[in-house]
Design a protein around this ligand. Structure first.
Ligand code: TYC
Length: 114
């Protein structure tokens, strides 16, 4: 059995979630929400700097980082990575702070995954 999040709801491998008196023995766990870190295009941040950011903070290869950067450059925005909320928030802060420190207008933001 699976619920709308794709989780089993039969408490596998614990058997029935109902105890003798109808008490739930093992709590059901929802899959944590995931968040996209979105990179936004601007006219001034050098392409090399964006590639460096993707390599440094999102562990992308040179090739993958270049692909994402060009995608953002052409479309206006693009996904740098998908993480749990706390990690995604940390990445956004790191990127925005690193850009500001280097006097680039590059910005990133969060978007909840569907
Ligand atoms: N548009 C920038 C340029 O032409 C490059 C760029 C790409 C900037 C991606 C930001 O998120 C960005 N130099």
């Amino acid at each position: 059995m699976a619920d709308e999040n794709g989780n089993r709801n039969d408490n596998y491998p614990y058997g029935s979630p109902e105890g003798e008196a109808g008490v739930q023995l093992v709590p059901k766990l929802d899959t944590p929400k995931m968040y996209k870190v979105i990179l936004l295009n601007d006219d001034y941040t050098p392409m090399d700097f964006v590639v460096l950011v993707l390599r440094r903070f999102f562990a992308k290869s040179e090739e993958e980082a270049t692909k994402i950067m060009l995608d953002v450059h052409k479309k206006g925005a693009g996904v740098a990575g998908v993480y749990s909320l706390e990690i995604a928030e940390m990445k956004v802060m790191q990127v925005n702070q690193f850009a500001q420190l280097n006097q680039n207008p590059l910005k990133s933001t969060l978007e909840e995954e569907p």
